[in-house]
Design a protein around this ligand. Structure first.
Ligand code: APR
Length: 248
């Protein structure tokens, strides 16, 4: 069953031009929790994943936060503490290296900062960022935050800080920018996602006809066809193989 969770809402977000220079391909990477699994972060829907141990409706919705803010804050505090203990893996690093030769955009569903720490410099976070907070009174009041958030941590105007995370049922402000990037892609590499959460899972439909699509996941939810090549492997080995295929 596919879940349609996040609302696609149109925002006038910043639109970075996606220019294609000679000899460079526009490569768009769409990543999910699986790319960070080998760094030690749990995925959501694998066995023993985060959604097995937690009720999504309680910890990842605005309603859950209104009911029990301390529970929700603690869920993300745990995620944040773990994030600060792990490192990018070979897959994050290989994708960062790819930008030396190509015009690479990373569109991630992940809230970790492992792509940035690996060195990728064009990263869009569709579902927010764990190392940021935003004010409950003003969605534009966002700042870096790397410690626990507790009830009573408030912004300058007295509103509670909340994790800068797109919860289920909330809009995905970065979606327009992501679509514009996918529309210019010569190749799209999808890594480590169950493709169950929309609108992110629908992004590959915006790839132009000439674009080659690759999907790296040890338990892939899609099969290979004329335009899609599936590599049923972990991110660390699978990403290296895709890069080899692209370079040929
Ligand atoms: N390498 C690559 N992929 C892996 C690895 C690995 N080592 N281990 C697991 N995977 C794959 C799984 O096979 C699965 O297809 O990662 C995928 C993880 O799927 P999900 O847990 O559903 O994560 P994701 O697709 O990122 O979830 C999307 O759901 O709850 C929300 O907002 C949350 O951004 C998240 C969204």
């Amino acid at each position: 069953m596919q879940l349609i969770n996040h609302t696609l809402k149109h925002y006038a977000g910043s639109k970075e031009p996606v220019a294609k220079s000679q000899n460079k391909m526009n490569i768009t990477i769409l990543t999910g929790a699986g790319i960070s699994a080998e760094s030690g972060l749990k995925t959501f829907r694998d066995s023993n994943g985060l959604w097995e141990g937690h009720d999504v409706m309680e910890v990842a919705t605005p309603e859950g936060f209104a009911r029990n803010p301390a529970l929700v804050l603690e869920f993300y505090n745990q995620r944040r503490r773990q994030l600060l203990e792990v490192k990018p893996n070979a897959a994050h690093l290989a994708l960062a290296q790819l930008q030396e030769k190509h015009n690479v955009h990373i569109i991630t569903q992940n809230v970790d900062d492992l792509h940035e720490r690996a060195g990728s410099n064009k990263v869009i976070h569709l579902h927010g960022e764990l190392l940021k907070v935003r004010s409950c009174g003003n969605i534009k009041n966002i700042k870096h935050w790397d410690k626990d958030i507790i009830v009573g941590d408030v912004c300058e105007k007295g509103h509670q800080w909340r994790p800068h995370i797109v919860w289920f049922g909330e809009a995905v402000p970065a979606m327009d920018e992501a679509i514009t990037i996918v529309e210019k892609a010569d190749a799209v590499i999808i890594v480590g996602t169950s493709m169950q959460v929309y609108p992110a899972a629908g992004l590959m439909q915006y790839a132009p006809e000439h674009a080659k699509l690759y999907f790296v996941d040890p338990n892939p939810s899609l099969s290979s066809n004329d335009t899609l090549t599936v590599i049923a492997e972990n991110a660390t080995t699978g990403v290296a193989k895709v890069i080899e295929m692209i370079e040929k």
